[in-house]
Design a protein around this ligand. Sequence first.
Ligand SMILES: [Ca+2]
Ligand SMILES: [Ca+2]
Length: 279
Amino acid sequence: MDRLRIALVALGLAICMGATAATASAAVPGWELVTSTSETNSHYNKWTDADCPSGKQALGGGGSISGGAGQIGMITLGSSVLSFEDQDGFSGNWSQTAWIICANPLPGLETVFAKSGVSSAFSKAATASCPPGKRVISAGVLHDGAVEHAGEYVLDDLRMNSTLTSVTAISHEDQDGTLSNWAVSAQAVCAFPPAGLEFVKSVSAKDSASAKNAVAGCPAGKRVLGAGGEIHGAVGQVRFTSLFPLSFFGDGAFVSAAEDQDGTAAAWEIRAYAVCATA
Ligand SMILES: [Ca+2]
Ligand SMILES: [Ca+2]
């Protein structure tokens, strides 16, 4: 093959690749990650949301806490974040950040809620399932209960199943329990499955280190749509400090957690879950 032909073949390949890139369409048009950070102070609770640009809808998201590790509990996650200090409070300053995925309205987008029973049982669970033909895009959770006891409800799991048909939320009372009546609700944000929809999981080491994290990374060329997390092995004595969709050196879900004020001798691990789709 002479030089000209090699050049033409190379040019043809470049044109072909260019055409492919130009005609490939993102599975979730208008995708963007919006963040909002609260004030930093020692108020006993904080609520933060992040507004999507006009014309876009929140698909969900997550939150992170800065300061007060293990003594601040996120009890609402999704399109907003609500956190409370633990039973005896936290004297230092802390802040939180809401991480929200916004996009053009997705076909079939709807949120399905499921609520546990309301009681003072130590542990509660709720599972919200998408209607047939739809899949989980992201997950959310909220709690019902008394404001003065909100710091005693400890989120343990906010996870989507591997087939992306449901979201399960599990919470426990803190280590000395509470007599208040409370409930946990799971939110499944559902839509007709975008191209390349995929569930990714990552698990931390299992030990008694007081804080740990896990990152579930989307494959190259995919965007994160939703994040989930699970604390395993430390019932009510470890709190999430981060659970949010990440887009930094690649997309994925970042999950971190810390032991409560007096720690736990239990060996525990955390699991990060990401929902990804073609970028
Ligand atoms: Ca405390
Ligand atoms: Ca403890």
